[in-house]
Design a protein around this ligand. Structure first.
Ligand SMILES: CCCCCCCCCCCCCC(=O)SCCNC(=O)CCNC(=O)[C@H](O)C(C)(C)COP(=O)(O)OP(=O)(O)OC[C@H]1O[C@@H](n2cnc3c(N)ncnc32)[C@H](O)[C@@H]1OP(=O)(O)O
Length: 219
């Protein structure tokens, strides 16, 4: 594969795309705790067999809480800015549904940079169920998409997914340790070719390849 695109050393500043930016140290610890508790709440709601009076009380409490939190809302598309170990700056979508630190629906997938790309270990609870006991195939694709996009971004080439191919090799279990890895395999002009896998106990359950098309900052 030809490699004729030069990775840029710095990620583009989201402000140049008109996006609001929140510094990591400005994100309250209380928000992180709330996100983790609501993440557990979703799983509890999905599986509860509590009696009807308990369900009615919980429903009223959640409704009241939603009204209180909606009093002040962040803009859609806010980006989290955090320093990288190499001295650069990393940007992530705050409410990204796979990895956003303020999104209780997120896994959350915390991807670390490796020598050749990105990697994470994670476990999916019953909220992510498709077939009984197994992870939903759409979520598997979403996890791969995120890891593949992050591998491209980690190589200094932030882009949007133009094409994603997923092969489901084995069932991916819920409530079990999983590993995801992804890397750039080539680049030509604005196209970045990436590949990645999800493993359980070392065995590949799903693998994906994608073409990310690099973003061009507005002039
Ligand atoms: C700001 C900082 C952000 C930091 C975030 C970091 C984390 C990121 C993690 C994110 C993770 C989550 C990720 C998500 O969830 S991304 C969300 C899902 N993806 C989208 O919404 C993308 C929608 N599509 C588009 O916007 C446009 O179509 C894009 C931008 C992709 C290209 O339209 P554009 O007009 O700009 O480009 P072009 O037409 O000049 O083409 C350029 C080149 O690309 C080739 N091509 C185009 N389409 C395809 C295709 N389908 N298959 C194969 N190749 C394709 C084309 O042939 C040409 O190649 P060549 O002629 O040079 O050979």
């Amino acid at each position: 594969m030809s490699v004729d695109a030069q990775p840029v050393s710095e990620l583009p500043d989201p402000r140049n795309f008109g996006l609001p930016v929140v510094a990591e140290d400005e994100l309250p610890e209380e928000l992180r705790t709330l996100v983790a508790r609501v993440h557990d709440l979703v799983d509890a709601v999905a599986h509860t067999e509590a009696d009807t009076s308990e369900l009615a009380r919980a429903s009223a409490a959640v409704h009241e809480l939603t009204e209180r939190l909606n009093v002040k809302r962040r803009d859609v598309g806010a980006m989290l800015e955090r320093p990288r170990a190499d001295g650069g700056t990393d940007y992530q979508t705050l409410t990204n549904v796979v990895s956003g630190v303020s999104n209780p629906a997120a896994v959350p997938l915390v991807l670390e940079e490796t020598e050749d790309g990105v990697r994470s270990e994670f476990t999916l609870n019953g909220t992510y169920q498709g077939p009984p006991g197994l992870v939903h195939g759409g979520w598997i694709a979403a996890l791969l998409d995120q890891a593949l996009g992050s591998a491209s971004a980690a190589a200094g080439m932030v882009g949007l997914t133009a094409n994603l191919d997923v092969n489901y090799r084995n069932p991916t279990p819920l409530n079990a340790p999983l590993e995801i890895t992804a890397r750039v395999t080539g680049a030509e002009r604005r196209k970045v070719h990436v590949s990645g896998e999800i493993r359980h106990n070392g065995e590949v359950t799903a693998e994906g390849t994608a073409i990310m098309v690099r973003l061009v900052a507005p002039s």
